[in-house]
Design a protein around this ligand. Structure first.
Ligand code: NDP
Length: 245
């Protein structure tokens, strides 16, 4: 018997990066997995959605329920990051980050709750260590991820007694295409790679599969007494104080 046999999961942004690793993990453990994003998904039952439009996000939940007849696991993973100082960021860009990173999880949870209540379902939101600290020029991203952590706690407080648990994970530096491209854009990518390893007590950056492992545990009944928590997964980076070089 696998942990997700007979369960239906929706993973937003599940065709790439961390979301793909989560979708594969849930599928490998027995779930029927839907993903939702703008692009086509050739591996899972993909639903085209643009999370800058709230009705598109909530419509995704309804489509899963129409096609599968239930929803057991909601993973709010889709997210974007735009770099700019507050004074440089347009209101449109601020609102786009907020739309995808926090308004979409809100409307998805709102649409999913009636279905999750029926089966004692679980929600896992993907936050970030940038909901706890900040890198330069990340005002919108940091604000949105701190909001994800707050929403997680509030939903857990309001709905855990109904059998719906809600947790978040706060990943640190995870090796996705996005981050590889970022390193590639550095003047000295090899030096950047060496330095990024040094700020991690484990001596390396993280893998999407490592985040997926924690998410799967939180989404499963093995974590049945765990709710309203933000789980940092960062190779010890947040625990390490910086010293002058
Ligand atoms: P990716 O860019 O690989 O994945 C982001 C996903 O979100 C894509 O599948 C994308 O699909 C989807 N998406 C983006 N914009 C929209 C939109 N408007 N509508 C619908 N879907 C959208 O990034 P990661 O895997 O790195 O990140 C996944 C999550 O993890 C994000 O929430 C991110 O903030 C968080 N995170 C990542 C860290 C890292 O180091 N990688 C660290 C901490 C947190 P499509 O383009 O097809 O729409």
């Amino acid at each position: 018997m696998k942990r997700f046999d007979g369960k239906v999961a929706l993973v937003t942004g599940g065709r790439s990066g961390i979301g793909l690793a989560i979708a594969r993990r849930l599928r490998d453990e027995g779930a029927r997995v839907f993903t939702a994003q703008r692009g086509e998904d050739h591996e899972f039952e993909g639903i085209a959605a643009d999370f800058t439009i709230p009705a598109s996000a909530s419509g995704t939940v309804e489509e899963v329920h129409e096609r599968a007849g239930r929803l057991d696991v909601l993973i709010n993973n889709a997210g974007i990051m735009q770099e700019a100082l507050v004074e440089e960021m347009s209101l449109d860009d601020w609102q786009k980050t907020m739309a995808v990173n926090i308004t979409a999880p809100f409307v998805m949870i709102k649409a999913a709750l009636p279905h999750l209540r029926v089966c004692g379902g679980t929600i896992v939101n993907i936050g970030s260590i940038e909901g706890l600290g900040s890198n330069p020029k990340h005002a919108a991203y940091c604000a949105s991820k701190a909001a994800v952590h707050g929403l997680t706690r509030a939903v857990a407080v309001d709905h855990s007694a109904e059998g719906v648990r809600c947790n978040a994970v706060a990943p640190g530096w995870i090796d996705t295409d996005l981050n590889q491209d970022f390193i590639g854009s550095m003047p000295d990518p090899a030096a950047f790679r060496r330095n990024i390893r040094k700020i991690h007590p484990v001596g390396r950056t993280g893998k999407p599969e490592e985040v997926a492992s924690l998410v799967a545990w939180l989404a499963s009944s093995e974590s049945s007494f765990v709710t309203g928590q933000v789980w940092t997964i960062d190779g010890g980076r947040m625990a390490k104080l910086s010293l002058p070089q």
